[in-house]
Ligand binder design. Sequence first.
Ligand SMILES: *Cc1c(COP(=O)(O)O)cnc(C)c1O
Length: 451
Amino acid sequence: MAAHTDVGEDAAARRDRAVRAAVEQGLVGGADAAEPLTCLLDTAGIRASAAALTSAFAGVLAPGTPVLHAFAVKAAPLVPVLRLLADAGLGCEVASPGELALARAAGVPAGRTVLDSPAKTAAELREALALGIAVNADNPQELERLDALLAAAPTTAPIGLRINPQTGAGAIDALSTATATSKFGVALRDPGARAWLVRAYLDRPWLTRLHIHSGSQGVPLALIAQGVRELHALAEEINAAAGRRQVDTLDIGGGLPVNFASDEETPTFAQYVTALREAVPALFDGSYGLVTEFGRALLAKHGLVLARVEYTKTSGSRPIALTHAGVQLATRTAYAPAAWPVRILAYDAKGAAKTGDVVAQDVAGPACFAGDLLAVGRELPRLAPGDLIGVPDTGAYFFTAHYGYNSLPRPAVHGFTVGPGGEVRFRLARPAQSLSAIVAEAGGALGDALL
Ligand SMILES: *Cc1c(COP(=O)(O)O)cnc(C)c1O
């Protein structure tokens, strides 16, 4: 028997192994008694992406330059994932009290946490400043609120301001944060904005950072890099006006897009760093510490949904597979299918890759609305009841961003590793939501409240 090692085996081979093992070990299955749905995370893949990010920047940064790679928690808000990434040297970018609580539960120190939401309450700001968490303010009113909080209590927290370079949209409007009228940050090209920004920094010696995040999936590398160039130029302008290096850290956000069309991981972190070097050669010269905030590019490729095909039918002569994976875990795909296509992998009831006659079929989810479809007219081996479908590339913003439609439960998430002999070991990273938990979260204890 061939020896397989985790290191040498590629991600697709690890995935197929994990699918078979998930059926064998009873995590999910075609049989009636088995769980109809589960989610898997490839632990080695996540570690490899974290290492690729870290080494891409380490390879070009002047020695000794401070850098924090803060994982955007919203991409995969699971405590074991945050702990794994922390173990790999990453921090957390949080944008709500819930995300901050998760980062703290994962043991991520305040000094490795960045808070970035557009609507922080005074209480949130006060807590972040007291803990020493880096804060990026969004707008002039928030800066005034910080003025008052800092006058009341000093802080060690580094503080920055988010700018919107207004460099334009990517392919997906809903995820483009650098449009002319975006809700995020201070709009850099609005009349008078630049002068106001420089003055705001000169008036506040404690403002030492500048922040940008030009958008997520769909924003081309060149556009992200152009935004970072604007950020760097503004920092230089502020520092020249201040006559000192007041801005000492640039937070360049995340947004590296992910390839949803194949197993190829492209663009890579190394390609992103190359694009940055071309657009902003001085970025890596050691004059500024750096913060990054990647989410999707670290996790997406390492997640897989496995769901049973419950029934198959035809409607208007179109074959349809009714599965347990739908809008509850692929919300964007169901509501905006053109922007969020997903691949579908076909497996038989034992978890072996399915072969046989390929037919165009719809792959539907369990929810009660017509748009609950993962794929329309997709060419796949003809699915049958008891088969499994796999939905790869779902490690970020899919099953970790559950949508509670139809009171469908949050499925379990299992991390997996493949040992030297090819054996697959699963570790529960999130339990399936129980029916009693659904009832409790739906006011189960308050049944008489409206009588
Ligand atoms: C969502 C978000 C990120 C992460 O974006 P990805 O596309 O997942 O890398 C980073 N920073 C901010 C401010 C965000 O809102």
